[in-house]
Each structure stands twice: as structure tokens, then as C-alpha cells.
Design a protein around this ligand. Structure first.
Ligand code: KG4
Ligand code: ZN
Length: 357
């Protein structure tokens, strides 16, 4: 019989440019967030992207105060923890190493088991902390700076891969287009803000960009039924930017280009999600990853899965990288009996445990 005793788990996340620690208490079906600390590394803005070496150094200085504060905010101590969950993959190896080494040292010193967590499985659990109904079976769209995955989640730990991006991740496309439009890094929320005030380009308008990999006649089983591709869209934006610059109307047209780009990307993602929910007869859709913050994306998916489907999107603090989602996934993995051995180390890339196609 499965162990259903409530447990207290410290989560640690250092896979990219957020140093984060959190405490979650409960069981895989009933958990609550007791504290969450996120130290965001603003320094990368100066470079227009994450500089791995700087990220590792900042994790080194941030990890101890982040964990201390998370424990204090949760009114708990290291002795009261049942487990330490830590992101071990995928991500920047130097950044991940800070988290895994620290978790192993803490675990060893306090005789606390360490549970390795896959970052993307963490994103799948984030919504659960806010919406207890966001449980399998559901259709999941994970859209972050590094990944775009469409999954059918039959049960926690059983993830059927339906589709993914063939080139740029959705967040990466947002960030690259933001750069073309002269917006700060990371650019997703700046594009969303710019697009919000712009008029949607009409069918014949030059900023109405083609919807990538969205053949109306596509059928389940076709290669392009669920997959996405955003690099062609990015090139179309580049040409639009050049044309606007040459015409001396770049400033006036920035909003329209941002809106055209966002509409095209969202239309594609929303249609793929609706196809997955329809084919697998899922009434729940769960979003994860930084791009899940995008309200236009949320509206578009809600529209397409109505009236039967319900969309669950995490609040921005839980959508972008954070340790609460790592603690939540860690709680599930702990109850499933998973424990790290002393050889645990960081891995730059690794499939999500339990993924199949
Ligand atoms: O999940 P996340 O915090 O980090 C990764 O694991 O990559 O995602 C960061 C990504 C960035 O590409 C950022 O531009 C994007 O999420 N993002 C958004 C929005 N907020 C963050 N993209 C579109 N609209 C937003 N509102
Ligand atoms: Zn992430």
C-alpha cells in the first residue's frame, strides 16, 4: 500500500537564472505551499541573455540565504524535513551543480533523504499548488525559454509525448523577437504588453504572419498534427522589422509587428492544445513554464476548449522557474519511493522520467 503520510519537503531550484527555495507539506493529492523564496538574477539583462558563468556564481551566493529564509518563513527547521527535493536536470550544468551539491551536503549532514527532480516535471506540478483540481488525466502544454512540449498526462509519472517544437522554443521565439523589436530581455512580457495595445492585423495586412505548421487538413498521426516550429515566424518578423526600418516607420509599427507575431504563435499553440484535448478526450488542460503567464495565450486556449474543457494556468510566480514546483514534484517522487544516491549529479539534458510516445 502506498505511503500517504503527509511529508514536509524542501525544494531547491538552480537550473537557470533563479535561485529558489521553498517548503511544501502534504501528500501528492493534498499539498500546501508553506514558503517560497525566489532570487532573480537581474544582472543577465545587461547581456541580453543568461551568462552561465555568472549564473553559477550568483547561485553560490544566493543558495544559503534562500534556503534559510524559506525554512524561517515556513516556521520550520532542517531537522523537521522529511526530504530535500532538488532539480538535477535539465539546465545549465554549472548552475544545477550548485543546487545538487548543496542538497547533497545538507542531506548528508542532517541524515535527510535527497530526491532528484526533473525541472519539466516540476513545471507540470506548479499549477497543483494553486488549483487542487489540476490533477491527471489532463492535456499539458509546457512552454518555457528552453522547451515547448505537448503532453497527454494519464497519471502523475506517465507522460505521453504528443508534440514538440522542431526548432525554437516558444519562449525563445518571444525573446528573439523582443530583441528585434528593441525590447529588454527576457522579452515575453514586453511583447505581450506591446501587443495588448495594438490592433490585430487583418487577413491581408503584411503583419498577419502565416501560422506555422497549421494545416487544416492535418490528421492525428501526421507528423505536423501536434509539432510546432517558430523559426520561420521569427524570420518573417525580421523581414517586417527591416521593411519598417527602411520605410522610417519602425516606431509606429512595433506594436503591430508584436501583435502579428504573438497572434500567430498563440493561434498555433492553442489549436495544437485543442487537438490534443479532443483526441484524448481530456476535459482539463494544464499550462506550465514562463510563457504560461501570457494572458492572450490563456484566453485563446480557453476559447478553443470551451464549453467542455477547463484551463488551469499557474500564477506568474509559479509559472516561471521556482522551487515550489520542485518541492511539489519531489513530494510525489518521495512518496513513490525515489531517493538519490551519493553519485547524484547535474545533467544538462535528460528526458522527463515516465515520458513515452
Ligand atoms: O519557465 P521559465 O521561467 O524559464 C525557463 O525554464 O526557460 O520561462 C522563461 C520564458 C522567457 O522566454 C520569457 O520571455 C517567457 O518565459 N515569458 C513570457 C511571458 N512571461 C515570461 N512569454 C510570453 N508572455 C509572457 N507574459
Ligand atoms: Zn523552467
Amino acid at each position: 500500500m502506498a505511503d500517504i503520510t503527509p511529508r514536509r519537503v524542501l525544494g531547491i531550484e538552480t537550473s537557470c537564472d533563479e535561485t529558489s527555495a521553498a517548503v511544501v507539506y502534504g501528500t501528492p493529492t493534498d499539498m500546501r505551499l508553506e514558503s517560497l523564496v525566489i532570487l532573480s538574477q537581474d544582472v543577465h539583462r545587461l547581456f541580453g541573455g543568461v551568462v552561465p558563468e555568472i549564473a553559477s556564481r550568483q547561485h553560490l551566493t544566493g543558495i544559503v540565504p534562500a534556503v534559510r529564509t524559506a525554512l524561517a518563513d515556513a516556521n520550520t527547521t532542517l531537522r523537521d524535513l522529511d526530504a530535500i527535493a532538488v532539480t538535477h536536470a535539465p539546465g545549465l550544468v554549472g548552475a544545477l551543480l550548485v543546487g545538487t551539491s548543496y542538497a547533497k551536503a545538507l542531506g548528508c549532514t542532517h541524515n535527510t533523504p535527497v530526491v532528484p527532480v526533473h525541472h519539466l516535471e516540476g513545471h507540470l506540478f506548479a499549477t497543483l499548488l494553486e488549483h487542487p483540481e489540476a490533477t491527471p488525466p489532463f492535456t499539458a502544454l509546457l512552454v518555457s525559454g528552453g522547451h515547448t512540449l505537448l503532453l497527454d498526462v494519464e497519471a502523475w509519472g506517465r507522460y505521453r509525448l504528443l508534440g514538440q517544437t522542431r526548432d525554437d522554443a516558444a519562449g525563445e521565439a518571444f525573446d528573439k523577437v523582443a530583441k528585434l523589436l528593441g525590447l529588454p530581455y527576457p522579452g515575453g512580457r514586453h511583447i505581450e504588453a506591446l501587443a495588448r495595445d495594438a490592433v490585430a492585423p487583418s487577413q491581408t495586412h503584411p503583419h498577419r504572419f502565416a501560422r506555422p505548421m497549421l494545416r487544416k487538413s492535418a490528421k492525428p498521426g501526421d507528423d505536423d498534427y501536434y509539432d510546432c516550429s517558430f523559426s520561420g515566424l521569427k524570420t518573417a518578423v525580421l523581414y517586417a522589422v527591416r521593411a519598417a526600418e527602411q520605410g522610417g516607420v519602425f516606431n509606429e509599427q512595433r506594436g503591430s509587428i508584436a501583435r502579428g507575431f504573438q497572434d500567430s504563435l498563440i493561434d498555433t499553440l492553442a489549436e495544437k492544445v485543442a487537438r490534443a484535448a479532443r483526441v484524448h478526450r481530456r476535459t482539463r488542460v494544464v499550462l506550465g513554464g514562463g510563457v504560461a503567464c501570457n494572458e492572450a495565450l490563456q484566453h485563446a486556449i480557453r476559447d478553443r476548449i470551451a464549453p467542455r474543457g477547463t484551463l488551469f494556468a499557474p500564477m506568474p510566480r509559479l509559472a516561471t522557474d521556482n522551487a515550489a514546483m520542485i518541492a511539489a514534484a519531489g513530494l510525489f517522487r518521495y512518496h513513490a519511493g525515489e531517493r538519490a544516491d551519493p553519485t547524484l549529479t547535474a545533467q544538462a539534458s535528460l528526458p522527463i522520467p515516465g515520458i513515452f510516445s
